[in-house]
Write a protein that binds this ligand. Structure first.
Ligand code: ADP
Ligand code: MG
Length: 232
């Protein structure tokens, strides 16, 4: 695996303006990861976990600090470059699946390929890949269902497939099991770890669940805006 496919998050600071003055949510958060690494991030509600993931995934700009992937700084790209980076290098899984209710399972998984289609594989190639991913997560018999016809765990499995469809280098999950019962949460947790390993992506997973975090080889806690290594 090439050394340059490394993710490096350096000294992130994020401040939000607030009524009582500036709110400093991140205060020098740093993390680096190699392809295939799986990292869990825990921390109390409001500690800045989502903010950190959004900065890493180019959804929210940092106040200062750097994000580097492949030796490049995506935050220095122009708007089009940033959009391309988000679409091609990042897969996001949210607490709530964020699937489009009017689209089928297969269509939902294919949505990120529409934006990428001018540069990437043909539509049929994408459809084959979507079908393979859905088979991988055991949903081959649900491809024409709509989200409302699925269980919570099945919807999250579709969201995982959608996050992986463009073969991202970074798989970011923000409390992906937060809305699921324990057993289903377990299944989704395993799935994320397995698919990240199989695809060689860097997985960063924010979670409230100590049980889920325990299954990650690398664990960090967000404390006072900094990432503290709590791996045993
Ligand atoms: P977590 O995901 O750990 O619960 P967040 O990253 O969502 O925490 O938020 C961290 C803190 O930043 C919270 O106190 C939240 O209220 C504040 N915050 C988040 N987004 C904004 C925003 N867009 N504007 C102002 N404050 C925000
Ligand atoms: Mg959050």
């Amino acid at each position: 695996m090439s050394e340059t496919s490394r993710l490096s998050i350096e000294n992130l600071v994020k401040e939000y303006p607030s009524a009582g003055g500036v709110l400093r949510v991140l205060d020098g958060a740093s993390l680096s990861a190699n392809p295939g690494d799986s990292v869990a991030i825990t921390g109390p509600s409001g500690s800045g976990k989502s903010t950190l993931l959004y900065i890493a995934g180019l959804l929210e700009p940092p106040t200062s600090g750097k994000v580097l992937l492949d030796g490049h700084e995506p935050w220095t790209l122009d708007a089009l470059g940033q959009a391309r980076f988000r679409n091609q290098q990042v897969g996001f899984v949210f607490q709530d699946h964020h699937l489009l209710p009017q689209c089928t399972v297969l269509e939902n998984v294919l949505i990120p390929t529409i934006a990428a289609s001018r540069e990437a594989a043909s539509a049929t190639g994408s459809e084959t890949r979507a079908s393979q991913l859905l088979q991988r997560v055991g949903l081959q018999d649900r491809i024409h269902h709509r989200p409302a016809q699925l269980s919570g765990g099945e919807r999250q499995r579709v969201a995982v497939c959608r996050a992986l469809i463009n073969q991202p280098k970074l798989l970011l999950a923000d409390e992906p099991t937060g809305n699921l019962d324990r057993k289903t949460a377990d299944v989704i947790g395993s799935l994320l770890l397995e698919v990240a390993r199989e695809s060689g992506a860097i997985l960063i997973c924010v979670t409230h669940s100590g049980e889920l975090a325990e299954r990650f080889p690398r664990r960090y806690e967000l404390v006072d805006g900094k990432l503290v290594d709590v791996s045993k």
